[in-house]
Design a protein around this ligand. Structure first.
Ligand SMILES: [Zn+2]
Ligand SMILES: [Zn+2]
Length: 432
């Protein structure tokens, strides 16, 4: 009886304690919500300003200046000029704890904007000797704004923050080497995060939805340029020279056969020959054909295997035809691999902030490229996709001159990322 009574007592006090913790938790997240509501209008102004003044990869001087100023005003320790225009903001919390990072990329694309937004870009730049428009057609203006917003929220909660948060404003994602350059420049040389998070805008989901990949959120982006040479001859006498178009066509087809016959179906692989240039007249066999391909895969062994196979195939098809060739195979951005355990760990937080798991959607492995992979290769990381399709718009797509992002996604992204970081730090504090 005594035992039962005390058990009841402990059970009751434990549940009261839990209720207490939950109330404290609730009020904490209500505070996050209140801060986000308050700072959103000013952040939208900043986003529109960045959108109207986009800058190409490694030229993000103005944007980096806005970021550095904002971080400075928040009282963060600020380091600038990392890999040219990269910025690091360091927020040290009031309590001891681990170091985590958030990354936002800043660069825009050489695309002339065709939206009718009042803050559309009119900026131009010279690229490879010709004038091009510049546009934030990949939503990096939103990513930069989210970085500022999360830094703002967490800096207001600084005294309760158990650890340190690094805010990484990265140049040149579209070139595929901004992240690598920041690492090379020693962005984490004296302070290194144990986990990193990032957002990318998602053009297949409305604001209020977040998508994620359980593991691969991007692919190895490799490729080649192949030149097949010939002496050239009259189209009516093809036996007098090597026909580089026929040899090239054989290679295009053989590559597709290789993917389906030589690569395990479970090892995601795409080879696309997206460019094939040769000849000018119907009755002339040209002196050269030039093929360009992109090659996507996931694991590291896989990319090495594909390279060997492509080299072997090109060599032997050309040899069979007696065609001289030059193959330039390039190894680009590595595959972006979300840390599977970290993904599972943060999902409950995202579901709670968005108000249910129906707003958090699993995506199959992605074959696109994203240079956040350089960070993710060294540090357990997760990239989340933030729905940005406006309500009245059926379809919008990144890298298009008409791309439009719903600004309602900004406060949502800030709330989600702030909560992800806060929950991560809190869980680590309880473990230690
Ligand atoms: Zn892009
Ligand atoms: Zn992008």
């Amino acid at each position: 009886m005594r035992l039962k009574q005390s058990f009841l007592f402990y059970a009751l006090s434990a549940s009261l304690l839990l209720a207490d913790v939950r109330t404290a938790e609730k009020s904490f997240y209500r505070r996050v919500g209140a801060i986000v509501e308050r700072i959103t209008p000013a952040l939208i102004e900043i986003r529109r300003d960045i959108h109207a003044h986009p800058e190409l990869a490694f030229q993000e001087k103005r944007t980096a200046g806005i970021v550095a100023d904002y971080f400075q005003k928040l009282g963060l320790e600020v380091r600038t000029g990392i890999a040219g225009t990269g910025v690091l903001g360091i927020l040290r919390g009031g309590k001891k704890g681990p170091v985590v990072g958030m990354r936002g990329d800043m660069d825009a694309l050489p695309i002339t904007e065709e939206t009718d937004l009042p803050f559309r870009s009119k900026e131009k730049a010279m690229l490879n000797g010709r004038e091009v428009g510049i546009m934030h057609a990949c939503g990096h203006d939103i990513h930069t704004t989210l970085l500022l917003g999360v830094a703002h929220v967490l800096s207001e909660l600084r005294s309760e923050l158990s650890g340190t948060v690094l805010f990484v404003a990265q140049p040149a994602e579209e070139f595929g080497d901004g992240a690598a350059e920041m690492l090379k420049a020693g962005v984490f040389r004296d302070i290194r995060p144990e986990a990193m998070f990032a957002f990318h805008v998602e053009d297949t989901a409305k604001a209020g939805v977040i998508k994620y990949a359980a593991e691969y959120a991007g692919a190895n982006v490799d490729g080649f340029t192949l030149v097949i040479e010939s002496a050239g001859c009259h189209g009516s006498a093809p036996h007098e020279c090597i026909d580089p178009i026929v040899v090239g066509a054989q290679i295009v087809t053989a590559l597709q056969v290789m993917v389906t016959r030589e690569i395990n179906v479970h090892n995601d692989t795409v080879i696309t020959v997206g460019s094939f240039h040769a000849g000018a007249a119907a009755n002339v066999i040209p002196e050269r054909a030039e093929l360009k391909a992109t090659i996507r895969s996931h694991g590291g062994d896989q990319r090495r295997l594909i390279k060997e196979k492509v080299e072997r195939l090109v060599e032997h098809v050309c040899q069979a035809a007696g065609a001289p060739y030059k193959l330039n195979y390039t190894i680009g951005t590595p595959a972006l691999r979300n840390d599977p355990r970290l993904v599972q760990r943060i999902l409950p937080t995202i579901e709670r902030v968005l108000g249910g798991n129906q707003y958090v959607q699993l995506e199959p492995p992605i074959m696109g490229g994203e240079d956040f992979s350089y960070f993710a290769r060294e540090i357990p990381s997760v990239m989340l996709w933030l729905g940005v399709v406006p309500e009245n718009v059926e379809k919008t797509s990144v890298h298009s001159p008409t791309f439009i992002a719903d600004e309602k996604s900004i406060p949502i992204g800030i709330k989600v990322m702030s909560a992800v970081i806060l929950d991560y730090l809190e869980a680590e504090r309880q473990k230690r």
